[in-house]
Unconditional design. Sequence first.
Lengths: 266, 130
Amino acid sequence: MNHLLREKAPISDAGWNMLDEEARERLTPALAARKLVDFSGPNGWEYSATNLGRVNRLTAAPSEGVSGLQRRVLPLVEVRADFELSRAELRDGDRGAEDVDLEALDKAAHQIAVAENVAVFHGWKDAITGIVEASPYKQATLGKVTDQYPRPVAGAVEELLCNGISGPYGLALGREQYRRVVETAEHGGYPLLDHLHKILEGPIVWAPGVKGAVVVSLRGGDFLFESGQDLAIGYDSHDGEAVRLYLEQSFSFHVATPEAAVALKA
Amino acid sequence: MGFDQYHEPPDELPPATRTFARLCASLTEEAEAIGWYEQRIAVETDPEALAVMRDAQGEEFKHFAMDLEFLMRRTPAWREIAQGILFQTGDIVEHGEEAEAETFEGDGPGAEGDLGDGSLGIGALRGVAL
């Protein structure tokens, strides 16, 4: 049994399969960062830090005639979203019910996906520097007129090219911006989504939690997401009525090339 | 186009299992290619052709190792057994039996009742729509 303590939960094998499948279905569309940055791992729950290849010089030495350096590492963060499910609902699931109430799990899945997106794109105070805060470029504005989105997106691509950052490029769009893009056709009926695809030559991703939009290079090696424990459901406690579970993961994120992304304001 | 790597209806398989099956199929193909090159090299007499085929076989070694590493990262019990067998000197079968016993009878990731690393197996999502 590992740290998730799943075997302690009053949940059948079929119940766990149902919960895991529901979580995957909810998480996969919302995990925008993983669709655009380099992912490595998972390296396990015990994995604690990412190697940066950097050192700090130590001013003091333990004895005469030697000098010392100390390795700098990037510690992993742990993210957890707790939720509670009705045991009666889970028993109905074991009986074959197709409409088991898993709303609390769905909400936790969305929350932890948003947390991952926000951490990667906008950062996490004292823990992670996000793509947007690392980007050195002045942010252009997408504006309210959706069919004019190609101009700032093309401008961002051109700015990346000018700085030697090759494509293809991907576009992370906040919820509101994504909805607008999908529903808009330009003059002549050409879908805006297709026009943006032609500019980017890469994916356009629905990214809940992202403010505005971010154009990133997909050439690789610029944005590094390292997974310790990948997303998993663990067991916390239960009583006669409910079982308390959580979604959890550990990861680090490192911007190796700040110049490889351009943020666009809403 | 064939979909022979699936033994269950693909629509019923979760994405992580489909990816796993693709890499298992790829691992098999790389091992086959290594065997084919070994046979060709054994009978070839032209030194230039031999050099080309040895280089090509080296590529297959790399591909096989990458496929294997991917699969073991997703399968902690497989990884733990492999760690007990690979790159060791001594009796291979003995190491295999010991590694298997330690993994499935001890408190390793494959121990009875354990669910591997317990993760959802989502991993990287490059290339996934939306």
